[in-house]
Write a protein that binds this ligand. Structure first.
Ligand code: HEM
Length: 483
């Protein structure tokens, strides 16, 4: 049936066209049994879902058996769902494989919306805010100087920097979380990153997600799934040993870390913690959330920045000149941000072109609602295609070109930039990440020039590899210290 909206306008009763609430959301034709499953088995999913948006619009649906997934590929439509109607779309889909990696839904990132989840997120958020205000700046500066030392030792030989970026980003998180930092060669760090990387890569693979859509497949042998189980158990052993040590006071705590705060808060019953108790499993999964959410994302972003700068070396010279003229000889601080527009434009443009969590994390409608006038029934899975929103040709001129200058002189608007998503599920580490991206980039570009190794090496591929995190393919770079 047609829903008619009437309103009083200029003293006249006007009939608006039938609202599309009764219309079906557009989408590609679906195959019997498989539905649109094949659409999800593409090598670069964010690119593919963005190409579908050009054909079907910024809201379209994909079908799997009886369930429907709605993909949102424009920043306005993403804001409507996640920010304006945040309480309708704050859920996470329940999934078999999600339970496996989140200790049964106890993580913040994969836990469903509930009173317990709200308390968990609130406690971790305020602990993170406090340590951001107290110590984050000096923790990042310390890691940036440590990274500088490592880069100096390469003495202009071509290197792949991805591991060094991972160690720097990971040390920021482990220092905040439990006051500990590692050397690149530390066996514990290698083990931890080995299994976190594997978990992220395996969990994003179609062989594993097929188990959620087709439960019968769980009865068949599935080597990638067996590997996932093994890596999850390795991850849990490492973190448990560490947290047990922390509880018993074995680990030297050099900084007052967020997690320490969090643990203390657990033992101090306040109004709501009396009725809802956060357990050791919550603490455990918070560590996983911060490590997974805060390591590969930041490291991948730094790697993308170097990759893009090799394609347009003149941009790094502009940033360098800006740093020299504004700061003279001193190192930058976060409060210099407003005086360094070229550097900020570079950060924004890399976030736009390569939002490192390109499809965010799937949301779930927790009640019947609507998006762009279309009816969205409870339990519909919503995919915020942040990559698509950042390549929307109706918003961005030459959306596929690397042009930091678009953010200068009142050009492109930051409003359409949604790399951290929004609403109830806004990235929990947004303020940590923003300070890291700014300070790491400023320190690196103040002290070094990044140079393409030349004839025998191709310029870095800019397509990347997309799992849950969008990463650059391995490439080498020469790092020349500035005079
Ligand atoms: C979630 C982006 C760094 C912790 C997310 C989401 C995005 C995102 C898009 C999904 C939001 C949604 O579901 O709608 C990024 C980017 C980063 C970054 C682009 C850096 C460049 C960090 C850091 C931390 C962190 C440094 C930790 C300190 C988390 C957590 C969640 C999350 C815990 C889950 C939030 C929830 O489900 O409520 N992030 N992130 N992220 N991020 Fe980040």
């Amino acid at each position: 049936s047609c829903l008619k909206n009437d309103y009083e306008g200029h003293g006249q009763k006007v009939s608006l066209p039938a609202a599309p609430l009764s219309l079906a959301i557009p989408g590609p034709p679906s195959l019997p049994l498989l539905g649109n499953m094949l659409e999800l088995m593409q090598e670069h999913l964010p690119n593919h879902l963005t190409a579908l948006a050009r054909r079907y619009g910024n809201i379209y649906r994909l079908k799997f058996g009886n369930s429907t997934m709605v993909v949102l590929s424009g920043s306005d439509i993403i804001r409507e769902a996640l920010v304006k109607k945040w309480s309708d779309f704050a859920g996470r889909p329940h999934s078999f494989t999600g339970d496996v990696v989140s200790g049964g839904g106890f993580s913040i990132s994969l836990g469903d919306y509930s009173d317990e989840w709200k308390l968990h997120r609130r406690v971790v958020h305020s602990a993170l805010q406090r340590s951001t205000a107290e110590s984050l700046h000096s923790v990042i500066q310390q890691q940036a100087l440590k990274l500088r030392q490592v880069l100096l030792e390469y003495k202009e030989t071509p290197v792949d920097l991805s591991e060094d970026f991972t160690v720097a980003a990971s040390n920021v998180i482990t220092t905040l979380a439990f006051g500990k930092q590692y050397e690149k060669t530390s066996a514990e760090l290698q083990r931890l990153h080995g299994c976190l990387n594997e978990i992220v890569a395996l969990w994003g693979s179609p062989w594993i997600s097929a188990l959620d859509t087709f439960p019968l497949l769980r009865k068949l042998p599935n080597p990638p799934f067996s590997r996932l189980l093994k890596e999850v158990s390795r991850r849990d052993d490492i973190i448990k040993t560490h947290l047990d040590g922390l509880k018993l006071g074995h680990d030297a705590i050099k900084e007052v870390g967020a997690l320490t705060d969090f643990l203390r808060c657990q033992n101090r019953p306040e109004e709501d913690t009396q009725t809802l108790k956060l357990t050791d499993t919550h603490v455990h999964m918070t560590t996983v959330d911060l490590l997974i959410g805060g390591t590969e994302t930041t490291a991948a972003w730094l790697n993308w920045t170097v990759a893009f700068l090799l394609h347009r070396p003149e941009i790094q010279h502009r940033v360098y000149e800006e740093l020299c003229s504004v700061l003279e000889a001193r190192y930058p601080e976060y409060k210099d941000k407003h005086r360094l527009p070229v550097l900020c434009a570079l950060v924004s443009e890399v976030l736009r072109l390569r939002p490192v969590a390109p499809l965010a994390v799937p949301h779930r409608a927790i009640k019947n609602s609507s998006i762009a006038g279309y009816f969205i029934p409870k339990d519909t899975v919503i995919i915020p295609n942040l990559f698509g929103a950042h390549h929307d040709p109706t918003v961005w001129k030459e959306p596929y070109s690397f042009k930091p200058e678009r953010f200068l002189d009142g050009g492109a608007s930051l409003r359409a930039l949604v790399p951290f998503s929004g609403g109830a599920r806004l990235c929990l580490g947004e303020s940590v990440a923003k300070m890291e991206l700014f300070l790491f980039t400023a320190y690196l570009l103040r002290d070094f020039e990044f140079i393409h190794p030349g004839a025998n090496e191709c310029l870095p591929d800019l397509t990347g590899v997309a799992t849950v995190v969008l990463k650059a393919k391995p490439f080498k770079v020469i790092i020349r210290p500035r005079a």
